[in-house]
Design a protein around this ligand. Sequence first.
Ligand SMILES: NC(=O)c1ccc[n+]([C@@H]2O[C@H](COP(=O)([O-])OP(=O)(O)OC[C@H]3O[C@@H](n4cnc5c(N)ncnc54)[C@H](O)[C@@H]3O)[C@@H](O)[C@H]2O)c1
Length: 340
Amino acid sequence: MKVLVTGGLGYIGSHTCVELLQNNYEVIVIDNLSNSEVSVITRIEKITNKKITFYKGDLLNKFDIQQVFQQNEIDAVLHFAASKSVNESVKNPVKYYKNNISSMVNLLEVMEDFNVKKFIFSSSAAVYGSTTQQPISELVDTQAMNPYGQTKVIGEDFLNDLYISDNEWSIVVLRYFNPIGAHESGLLGEQPNGTPNNLMPLITQVASKKRRLLYVFGNDYNTTDGTGVRDYIHVVDLAKGHVSAVQKLLLTHGLHTYNLGTGEGYSVLEIINTFEKVNNVNIHYEIVDRRAGDPAVCFANPAKAKEELEWSAERTLEDMCRDSWQWEKALENNILPSRK
Ligand SMILES: NC(=O)c1ccc[n+]([C@@H]2O[C@H](COP(=O)([O-])OP(=O)(O)OC[C@H]3O[C@@H](n4cnc5c(N)ncnc54)[C@H](O)[C@@H]3O)[C@@H](O)[C@H]2O)c1
């Protein structure tokens, strides 16, 4: 079974390539390296002892996609390639609508031309906006609060329309909660470009003294310790969820949407304390004002994925903190080949 992974050298895509290869899928990757580096291929191959076929190409260029389909008999596509910073999307919406929507139009158009109709879409809990219904089930209305989240809502609507037009399509939409952690091997992890937007890379950078201080936005929320609560999921668990989703795709038609989260919410202070304890380091932090638009609590009801995909997250918060720190130290010690 041959699968095309767009954005397969990025954070979640690279971990998913490992799981796919370990489950005997043939993996083809297209990535424009805008937020990743080519050395990730060697590291995926080192972990799995298997080869991937790589195309350096941009989904905004239809010819790049056509070439991949002309040269390979592809059974299914996992679509990770996108821009993913909420903050940047507010400052530069054109980039987000272009890279996240136009590239998806190109990809689905080429898939139609080549009669490949199995598709997995990387969506996000950002589609739920600031809903107060917790835990969040897939039935909660979508109401994105920023251009990034809006591109995911549009992507989902587009897939819905596509399926209505032609029900030979088999589509799985996966709404990720907060992926953190890194591969146990220490060879793969998140390599944020510039200032990270998410909590865990900020914590690891403070721990490694790349950054002086961690700002905690608000301690007056209605939560156990006043700091924001989120559903953090180990990236390897998330990657494994994709293998279950591919298996679902191959067995059924239809459009299915699943939350991929643990169903467990942890506060910012719980994350900091666990990180300190597991790794025996200190995280210097300061409480500052809330950030506009941040909900107090956001965590998944993952029951549907458990029932229909027979998948659930297995790794603990301790695993996430340990693996994130191991990865940061590998970056710090220059064990890995440098960026680009
Ligand atoms: N990381 C998260 O917290 C998170 C949460 C929810 C959803 N998601 C979604 O999951 C997907 C993967 O996220 P990630 O964290 O691995 O991001 P990432 O930036 O690490 O990976 C994305 C990859 O896609 C590539 N890419 C981007 N635009 C491209 C284009 N036009 N053509 C070809 N390649 C392109 C980048 O070079 C990169 O390797 C994205 O769609 C993102 O929106 C991520």
